[in-house]
Write a protein that binds this ligand. Structure first.
Ligand code: PTT
Ligand code: SF4
Length: 610
């Protein structure tokens, strides 16, 4: 087997035992890596219905066959677990030297189970695993902790770690790396915290064995050169994802005042052009020649790396119009290790709840000081913050603000308002982890293809994008932005994969593997909801109530809102494309067609399949 290391490292923190699981080519080809490995491992080894904070939850960190190899934007990894926020499948994607050095240490994936008695960090190198005390790091922010670890273990290491949010089991906590890379929105950082695991340090120097290393190197160099030739490259290098603020404002989808509106009257203060005027530099993930981590100085003079989602959710969504102040909240979120999207959604919810007298606390849109104070209260679990740290679904049900809580399956919606975008609403509704744009960012296509329509074509487009973005890129594992943002053709990835592995795959082979993993993840959600007694039903795939009941009051699409019956019809069309029944549960024939016969049998013991 070439391309893959063929080894998964298992670490039990309770008894400090390790074991190496060797897998063969058939597993590799069926699940490829990353999300594919994570979903299969969670399906096979996670006891159904488990409390996500149980020591038996599995923290899976997984790479793929081209991860870490010299090639465009391959310095990425997937972190996954049963989510404490949604109680379903949860994962996230991080750009980190950890991706490179895990592969160079000889492993494709790491599974951490158990719970350490005291705070601990792991150093994985040369076939060894060291368990080191982390009491002196516990309580420290991610920037300081990473600097301490890097000083100790040297520059040639990759570090994944959590901050105070993860330690305090805030369900919005992410896993962090490199002072500005974050992943695992569904609370994967909190799972790490529940295991008393502060950090993982990887080092190694062994490149995985490749089928044709010389040709691979040549093709990778050509791909890098091709990226630089693309017409979109130079503007991308100036603004990265930040230009999406201008795009969202122009198209009326910029989340504003807790997703009440799609335009922000101060958008020019916080958009890509404003960022460019303040820009101090840019940085990015390993192996990337189109780095998108644009940074500015915040209002205290500290470096803060800005992305579209961060600025929209901590800016327009909470009414803040000062980019330097938004940058401060953003930097603190990275230091605390909390999801900026989840945080912006919680703050926006609180401001609207305050306005509507659902809560007594006075929190005003646009008031930086109260937003900062509430953010700290969430991270350190004080007062209202403690409730919001449990997630939007829990907090809103407890407070009675269900109608203004903008989430799907408990995961807050990322930064696209969908009052006037039904396909994007569907994409959030059926995303693999709750409301995330990562699987199907259909909105740019939708805007150009009849945005108010509810068509079968839109449902198919969501499925098509899910297979590429949520399937192929999450399994390979590689950054999708060279394809999305500068139009690097997908065929480059097929050729790189074949040269690394010696296989002769076509694009269609990737699509089948992608469909398999998306269906497996759906089976996981259904199994967990059944096992926990919550039950699975079609309504789980509905977007937030607010988009149906509270129309936009201004902007180009004033008066727009979603129509529930037409949404439901489109959802039905989506189910028929993916081969799931009217409840959104994979049909037995679909599971069998995708080579998941064993999953079919297991799932049948939780719910009757059609
Ligand atoms: C991702 C989500 C996103 S998506 C953003 S900005 W984006 C937010 N970033 C956060 C952050 O930063 N700090 C923080 N404390 N919380 C944050 N929460 C939000 O998390 C990121 C890039 C971006 S920038 C995107 S779109 C692409 N995402 C990819 C993906 O998902 N898969 C893939 N194969 N390639 C991708 N490339 C791009 O990576 P989640 P990163 Mg992220 C600081 O994790 O859980 O998936 O949520 O990884 O290394 O920071 O790169 O406008
Ligand atoms: Fe990382 Fe951005 Fe490069 Fe993708 S484009 S690898 S997110 S720096």
């Amino acid at each position: 087997m070439k391309g893959w290391n063929g080894r998964i490292l298992w670490i039990d923190l309770s008894n400090r035992k390790i074991k190496i699981h060797e897998y063969d080519g058939s597993f590799a080809q069926k699940y490829i890596g990353g999300r594919g490995f994570a979903a299969r491992i969670l399906w096979d080894y996670l006891p159904p219905g488990l409390d996500p904070f149980s020591p038996h939850n599995l923290l899976v960190i997984a790479t793929g066959p081209i991860t870490g190899l010299p090639g465009p934007s391959t310095g990425k990894l997937v972190v996954a677990a049963k989510s404490p926020l949604t109680h379903g499948y949860g994962d996230g994607n991080i750009g980190s030297l950890g991706a490179v050095y895990m592969r160079y240490a000889g492993y494709d994936a790491l599974v951490v189970t158990g719970k350490s008695e005291k705070p601990v960090y792991l150093h994985i190198y040369d076939g060894k695993v060291e368990f080191s005390p982390a009491e002196d790091l516990w309580g420290r922010d991610t920037f300081t902790s990473e600097r301490i670890l890097r000083k100790k273990h040297g520059r040639n290491t990759g570090i994944l770690l959590i901050g105070p949010a993860g330690e305090n089991k805030v369900k919005l906590a992410t896993v962090m790396s490199q002072e500005g890379r974050s992943g695992g929105r569904p609370g994967i950082g909190a799972v790490m915290g529940s295991k008393n695991l502060k950090a993982i340090v990887f080092s190694g120097d062994r490149l995985p064995e490749l089928h044709d290393p010389e040709e691979y190197k040549k093709l990778a160099a050509e791909a890098y050169a091709e990226i630089k030739k693309k017409p979109a490259y130079s503007f991308w290098m100036r603004q990265g994802t930040m230009s999406t603020i201008q795009w969202s404002q122009a198209n009326g989808v910029l989340p504003t005042y807790n997703f009440s509106e799609g335009v922000f009257e101060f958008s020019e203060n916080i958009d890509g052009n404003a960022m460019e005027r303040m820009k101090k530099g840019q940085r990015g993930c390993p192996n990337c020649n189109m780095p998108c981590g644009n940074y500015i100085l915040d209002d205290t003079g500290e470096i803060s790396e800005l992305d579209y989602e961060n600025v929209a959710m901590l800016g327009s969504n909470i009414g803040l119009n000062d980019l330097a102040k938004i940058a401060r909240l953003n930097r603190l979120a990275d230091m605390w290790g909390i999801d900026t999207i989840g945080l912006g959604a919680a703050l926006g919810f609180a401001a609207e709840a305050s306005q509507s007298k659902i809560i007594e606390e006075k929190i005003d849109f646009g008031d930086f000081n109260s937003m900062l104070e509430l953010s700290e209260d969430i991270v350190y679990r004080r007062g209202l913050g403690d409730l919001l740290a449990e997630g939007l679904e829990h907090a809103s049900l407890k407070l009675g603000g269900d109608e203004i809580a903008v989430h799907v399956k408990g995961l807050s919606v990322s930064a696209y308002d969908c009052h006037a975008a039904p396909a994007m609403a569907l994409s959030y509704g059926v995303s693999t982890v709750g409301a995330h744009h990562k699987d199907a960012w259909v909105i740019s296509w939708e805007v150009a293809h009849g945005r108010f329509e509810y068509t079968r074509q839109k449902a198919f487009r969501v499925f098509e994008l899910q297979r590429i973005r949520g399937g192929v890129f999450e399994m390979l594992v590689s950054c999708r932005l060279p394809w999305v943002e500068v139009s690097l053709e997908l065929d480059w990835y097929v050729r790189l994969f074949n040269l690394a592995t010696g296989l002769s795959w076509t694009w269609d082979d990737f699509l089948i593997a992608a469909e398999r993993v998306l269906t497996l993840i759906r089976a996981f959600w259904v199994r967990e909801f059944q096992a926990e007694g919550k039950g699975w039903h079609r309504g789980r795939d509905y977007p937030p109530k607010k988009w149906f009941t509270r129309p936009l009051t201004k902007g180009p699409f004033k008066g727009a809102r979603l129509d529930i019956d037409r949404y439901d019809e489109m959802l039905g069309a989506y189910y028929s494309y993916v081969g799931w029944d009217h409840r959104g549960i994979p049909r037995a024939s679909t599971l069998e067609r995708l080579g998941l016969t064993d999953v079919c049998k297991d799932l049948e013991s939780f719910i009757q399949l059609t």
